[in-house]
Design a protein around this ligand. Sequence first.
Ligand code: ADP
Ligand code: ZN
Ligand code: ZN
Length: 676
Amino acid sequence: MKQVYLRVVLDTPLDTSFDYCWSAADDEGGLLPQAGQLVALPFGRQEVVGLILEVMAETDVPPAKLRDVLAVRHELPALSSQWLELCRFAAEYYQRPLGEVALPALPKNLKAIKTISLQRAIKKLAKLPVQDDVRPGPEPRLNPEQQAAVDAVVQARGFAPHLLFGVTGSGKTEVYLQSTARILAQLPDAQVLILVPEINLTPQLESHIRARFPGLMLSTLHSGMAEGERLLHWLAAHTGRARIVLGTRLAMLASLPNLKLLIIDEEHDPSYKQQEGLRYSARDLAVWRAHQLAIPVLLGSATPSLESWQRAQTRRYNLLELRERAVQNAVLPIIKIINLEKEKPSEGLTQRLINAINLRLEKGEQSLLFLNRRGYAPVLACDACGWISDCSRCTAHLVLHKGDHRLRCHHCGLEQRIPRACPTCGNIDLQPLGRGTQRLEESLAAFFPAARVFRIDADSTRLKGSAAAAFERVHAGEVDILIGTQMVAKGHDFKNLTLVAALNPDAALFSQDYRASERLFAQLMQVAGRAGRAAQAEGGNASEVLVQTRYPDHPLYHALMAHNYPDFAKDLLAERQQAHMPPFMYQALLRAEARELETAIAFLKQAAVCTEHQGIMINDPIPMTMTRVANVDRAQLLVESVSRPALQAFVKAWIADLRSMKSRVRWSVEIDPVDI
Ligand code: ADP
Ligand code: ZN
Ligand code: ZN
């Protein structure tokens, strides 16, 4: 009887692998197990699914301790060694157990103990007609800059990272599509992975891809999918049937046996960074994966991350530029600053903005008002005694939501009815302070009674499919004035939009987060980029972007008016270099959470002294900016180094020490943190 030992990883926080025994009799098919296959196993008193790392003739585990596997999932083709390598790298780099990286990367239904859904999905996939016609539908003729970009991507051999820096509306999507078409035509069985920040916010891209490649199977992978659907799409990618995979950051860990090109749209977008568990950057993993597979990777943006921009400046990435809008006679909007110190707004709107909106209404064009704050008002206050609506569980205010008469914490979810009178002094005249999108909607309806005002934010699009439907209304011309949070800034090609206004973006200028201005600039450029995307009418005016601010002389707004990302980035990079900050410095962040802030700080203080740290700078522990969330106090300790390997080695040893420290705090380590 044939017998081997299997080394497997499980989805546990234990940073270890486990050995099991497999004998031919266990498996009816008589097939030998192999690395990359899933197995059902006994673990304690449970049955779990594990991933085989290695098949061995011997093991050090004493026979009495060895348990038998229950079943090997032969129906699923094994995951490749390259995929395992990717997980291993991510685990190593982000300092997590391999099992906690590899198993969560697989669809839930694949890991169910019962294999019914897997079998059903495999059958369903087998029944779908094989689509293998890589010929694209009609393609627009590329302009010379687009052509040069596509040529560079498809002609490169081996690992080739490209940064596609193209102004909004310059036709980056077309570069993605035609690069994809050429790679698919060149290399038999090739697969292309396209990542976007959020699929639901960019439904147009999916339909563009489908229309362009009618003879190919497209698989989509994102967190909003039902488990059954997710499994089917994942399998389509894993078996090579899907030639194009479109997904959000989680698709970066998909199994793609014939991956030949990686495309990351809006590469600067914060959503590529996972903010819990394995805190990975899908963009950084994309570059690693391209390197591993010796293939091209294309990072696209109108406002690249400073990390990528810096690499392009130092020639580690190949810089591809698109300087102009792709549509004939479409020009970048004119960006104007409105000084709120001189022009007093009423209900948040200056007279100049009101006039500009009126002009659009007369011409039957659309306006977009950008206000990155949902709810009616960020806080409710009592003038008489100074009471304000604080969340009892967080360092935050309860936000007023007028429509459903609620005060709501956007951090912990706490909800209350709006009090009839001040809880402290009984005053019945409570005042909303500040302005959110709901309040703006109310004011606009009053200012422009004949206009169709429409709001898109997380509150108005809670139901599944409602965001796509909302954007459809805008595209269909059923909206005159659109109000939106950053949700509306991304990727949309609104053809009839000629006015964009940012109501009051100043808060981010003075944020403690050193990345806030980089983000604000990207956000404003992006939202501004929604205007004027269609050809300008004969003799018509260029479209406009109005920014209302108290700081009209701020360099950020000057760079914005000049549409000058490169100069803005140059200044920021100089500042960062001088201040020894990323990308000139590598960072890791230790976070601690406890009931009492002192406990968390004490833990961090102890953590700060416990290890050898040559070449590592250990900062003082500090409370997080938002210290308390849901009755938990949070503090952090930043460690830095100019050397990435030194930091990696330090953190590895450090985590081992932290594990042995007796403490009741919950802690986690994040590599390359972005929110500090
Ligand atoms: P970006 O992603 O760079 O903001 P898009 O890819 O959305 O820009 O392109 C903007 C518009 O330009 C779209 O309407 C697209 O169809 C059009 N477009 C792109 N390339 C060309 C081209 N070569 N000729 C004509 N129109 C083009
Ligand atoms: Zn009061
Ligand atoms: Zn709260």
